[in-house]
Design a binder for this molecule. Sequence first.
Ligand code: ADP
Ligand code: MG
Length: 233
Amino acid sequence: MRKEQILTKIEKFKRCGQRFLPEPVCEEILSFYDIPTPPAQLARESGEAVELARQIGFPVVLKVISPQIIHKSDAGGVMVNLKSEEEVERAFRKILENAKSYNPKAEIEGIYVQKMAPPGREVIIGAVKDAQFGPVVMFGLGGIFVEVLKDVVFRVAPIDEEEAREMVDEIRGLPILKGVRGEKPIDFDSLSQAISNVSRLVVDFPQIEQFDANPVCVYPDRLYAVDARIILE
Ligand code: ADP
Ligand code: MG
């Protein structure tokens, strides 16, 4: 059932000529694979965003959703830690303004109102299709660790949770996940499960050219993928 639903969505976007799936759709797909994401909903106008923020609970994050904007923060399309109705209203207007000046032709589907995840340790779970090996799953710490230090590990997909745990153990930044200066270790079981599940997702859907959950916020007792991107073939 879930596979057919996802396939229908993928086919729909392909038909429209959209190369990547919008964040809300990616997060729906993640939920089918038991990877938690923060509560969120799409708002079409600012009053609706305020109402959704009230329902979801402050603080929230607002994000632009547009078929022409793949990297939302590059377009000034992400505003975090909004703590009141006034801040949500202002951020809504600002994001639309930013998106327009970034790309005047951008069609805005709406603004995503998402619960702000508490500060945690940030990791990336990704996948790409390798010409030789087929789908390959990637894991690394977020931020400078991936950009500057290239501290990432790859495996040919699919992998089970044990193999995923081995991947996690291989990164140089492992002490950060184990906890430094009295911090508690992160939830390694949930993390290994999430990596293994991403590896199954990309094997299940050969239409996926590239997958990124960046960042995934990990805590001592759980995790949340706060952003996800799927690029189609
Ligand atoms: P993009 O990668 O398209 O620019 P993201 O959704 O990843 O957009 O948002 C940019 C940054 O904002 C993230 O890297 C993260 O640091 C922060 N962020 C996004 N959503 C949340 C959230 N729900 N809770 C906390 N921080 C968030
Ligand atoms: Mg991101």
